[in-house]
Design a protein around this ligand. Structure first.
Ligand code: UGA
Length: 432
């Protein structure tokens, strides 16, 4: 199958590479020539474990190539994937579809034979209808099907999520397109994964509803954690006890800081706005968004309390600053709210992150990057474990606690409170 993937961002690069890995001939195209040059020189612009090796192998076997000749590659392909960004429009809170429609117009002008146009960008319900309308000229009649195929990839786990999906959702009423898509995904449809065909609008909504539901699950357990803190219960027990019910399941029931990243915050906001345009009030999702925003304030207050409200000139260390482990992504990371708050109160911030120094903090001389855990923790009045990177799970705190007054606030509950007590660390977690 000849595939053209438009957009070499996160979704496009991972999906295109994985489609080539399962035997297709894939061209990943982008208007950004510099990015394409870099990719052609072996430089991978995103941080995703395993991706670089996969790209190298498939480029070597000539199944994968990168190009800025978008028109030519649209023409020579059977399937065109739209994988461009849909950032939040700050004014409307809705997904900004400029890039999606720009690509649709380009496809419209280059439809030389029947093609399946697959939208993989996260878009509000009815976007597929609008793309179809753009393509539907006299010349293009019967030459295309527009379908929705949302992605469910997690950053840091994207290759595994692609190769071993729980489900592949295809939104289309076209039998022809549906059968081509089923064949395309056949090599990765394992026993436990399901190929689910539904209407295009349903597929578009499944994506948002899934992210909103997961965000709700996290927010729910975070609020339970607040109650646990006041009632001397460990929220980990609640997650395990609830999760044992198969109807609930224990995944995405880890209490922690506010959820972040490029998806949950953006998609929950966009879903509420979409619903509003259909005169529907999604009160639960709205509450989740508010509760998540309040979570930062709550944790900021807790930090003040842990330092007895004497925060001026205190050194606070962040272990991990990305929104989660396995990525270098800082988008909507909770620390981007916490660090400015603490700086305003007069503290100095040190941080170490396995994915390296962050440009977000370049402008502030009171935020310093440390090259390792030991250096970051040296002299700290409070250590905050912010991100659950593997290398933070086995820190030798006994060794670090030479001056016997180490204080640790573990936002990811990585350590046992009783073991920390044994080695004289003043240890605080979430919901325990
Ligand atoms: C999320 C979804 O999990 C993917 O299925 C989806 O495809 C993707 O968004 C997207 O729409 O593109 P991602 O944003 O990469 O993936 O990250 P997650 O692993 O879902 O984590 C999101 C946030 O939830 C993080 O801040 C994480 O720390 C938090 N989280 C997750 C918790 O606080 N507790 C949990 O139990 C799980």
């Amino acid at each position: 199958m000849k595939i053209c993937v438009i957009g070499t961002g996160y979704v496009g690069l991972v999906s295109g590479t994985c489609f080539s890995e399962i035997g297709n001939n894939v061209a990943c195209v982008d208007i950004d020539k510099k990015k394409i040059d870099k990719l052609n020189n072996g430089f991978v612009p995103i941080f995703e474990p395993g991706l670089e090796e996969l790209i190298k192998r498939n480029v070597k076997h000539k199944r994968l190539n990168f190009s800025s000749k978008i028109e030519d590659n649209i023409k020579s392909s059977d399937i065109v994937f739209i994988c461009v960004g849909t950032p939040t429009n700050k004014k409307s809170n809705q997904a900004d579809l400029k890039q999606v429609f720009k690509v649709a117009k380009l496809i419209k002008n280059n439809l030389n034979k029947y093609k399946i146009i697959v939208n993989k960008s996260t878009v509000p319900v009815t976007t597929g209808d609008k793309i179809e309308k753009i393509l539907n000229t006299k010349k293009n009649k019967n030459k295309f099907d527009v379908i929705s195929n949302p992605e469910f990839l997690r950053e840091g786990e994207a290759i595994r999520d692609f190769m071993y999906p729980d489900r592949v959702v295809i939104g289309s009423n076209s039998k022809k397109a549906n059968s081509v898509m089923k064949n395309l995904y056949l090599p990765i449809l394992k026993k436990r994964s399901r190929y689910f065909n539904c209407s295009r609008r349903a597929a578009e909504l499944i994506k948002y509803a899934s992210n909103a539901f997961l965000a709700t699950k996290i927010t729910f357990i975070n609020e339970m954690a607040n109650l646990c803190e006041k009632s001397n219960i460990d929220v980990k027990d609640i997650s395990i006890g609830m999760g044992l019910d198969e109807r609930i399941g224990d995944r995405f029931l880890r209490a922690g800081p506010a959820y972040g990243g490029s998806c949950f915050p953006k998609d929950t906001r966009a879903l509420v706005t979409t619903a509003k345009s259909f005169n529907t009030d999604l009160s639960i999702v709205k509450t989740v968004i508010n509760s998540n925003q309040n979570r930062n304030n709550l944790l900021n207050k807790r930090i003040l309390k842990l330092l007895n409200n004497k925060i001026n000139n205190k050194i606070i260390t962040f272990l991990g600053v990305t929104f989660k482990a396995g990525t270098d992504d800082m988008r909507e990371s909770p620390c981007l709210d916490m660090i400015p708050f603490l700086l305003k109160k007069g503290s100095t911030i040190k941080y170490y992150d396995p994915s390296g120094e962050k440009t977000n903090f370049f402008i502030n001389k009171n935020v310093k990057f440390s090259p390792n855990i030991k250096d970051a923790c040296n002299g700290a009045d409070l250590i905050i474990i912010h991100t659950e990177w593997n290398e933070f799970k086995q820190i030798n705190f006994r060794k670090l606690n030479k001056n016997k007054n180490l204080k640790v606030f573990d936002l990811r509950n990585l350590y046992s409170p009783s073991l920390m007590k044994k080695i004289n660390i003043r240890y605080y977690g979430i919901g325990r």
